[in-house]
Design a protein around this ligand. Sequence first.
Ligand SMILES: Cc1ncc(COP(=O)(O)O)c(C=O)c1O
Length: 419
Amino acid sequence: MTNNESSLLVAEGGKRTFHKDLTVPDPIPAPAFGRVEKILQSARLFRYSGPTAEESETAMLEKEFAEYLGVKYALAVSSCSSAIFVGLLSVGIEKGDKVLLPAFTFTAVPSSIVHAGAEPVLVECDDNYCINIADLERKMIEHPDAKVFLLSHMRGHVSDMGRVVELCEKHNVILMEDAAHSLGNRWGGQHSGTFGKIGCFSFQSTKMINAGEGGMLATDDDDIIARAIIYSGAYEKTWAKHITVSEKVAEYQNQLPAYNVRMSEVTAAIARPQIPIIEQKGARFRHNYFRLANILNRSPHIDVPERVENEVPVPNSIQFNLRGMTRERIRRFVDTMGQEGIKIAVFGLGEDNARCFWNWRYTDASNDELPQTEKMLRTACDLRLPVYLDVEDIDTMGGLIVRAIDYVTTNMKNRQPAS
Ligand SMILES: Cc1ncc(COP(=O)(O)O)c(C=O)c1O
């Protein structure tokens, strides 16, 4: 890009028009600071080192998280990936079993399946980033031995859960949800992550709860929670320091391996004060998302797909599909936005995006033919919308994106098709 081209977008005086740094995560609420300090002073950073469950930040986080979701049990772990891994083992996944999952997700998800010794089977996704229901049923029929469907609500896009649950029941497949991006999202009035046997959540910094790292497994099942607690690293009756625990846990003591993927007290102390603000953050995310979507949809080259019916989303990022643009124009668009301080990624544009299934070379599934998902990934854009953005920021971003698209589609020669 020449300076002349870029100055079509940047403000007078050659300065960037957008000033907030979108790589900064959502802020940590003030009460977390005091709690962390108290833990540091006590030196009791290990979840089982305190005298009682009620005095453990981790056990209390599990209780409050379960109450928020309206489930019986929650188990705090080191990450959402750990929750998925432990969850797969807890529902009975064994070496060589097949696990269905969307072809559009983050590499950590198929990795957890591989870690559990299972084989990922990818299912097509639609242009709205949700699971393709027809392909899901096709894959269930093609792989009658698939035990689990692990549905990632990727980037917080929750699929038609009525259809998903119906298909899992019809084909006798256990539903697990990867709700890493969808904490607070409801479909048909019900929390995402509570439709299947297990819901898995992430507290990594770009998620609804920012604790740096951390994850949560949620379930109503007495047996699953007992197994999961042992797998996560409870030993010698340390499970007595859990509040959301079933009596069955004693049966599994010393019967299952302990993978030690527990959460630390510091992480729990940072996460806990964020539960009461989920609804407030969710409302702000929704407002910003729909305002930006309206602006972007004015461009003939942008399609922000309609959300699925019955979904109340909590989107802390926006995805949109570029239409009728060459690969070169898409690249130029991304570069232009980068110069403005707005980092937009097109999933399938670079060499190594971890959300493109063809880059998951550790599994044979990366060679699968998934034309629909591939086509979507080649032109789908991804943009973070952290909670500190205000209406003015959203309008500035929307205006810049539309102008940049306008510029690259009218001022560049068409050379190479996008897909
Ligand atoms: C869709 C999805 N699922 C699962 C994970 C794994 O989360 P964690 O980093 O907590 O292991 C991620 C990570 O960003 C993700 O994007």
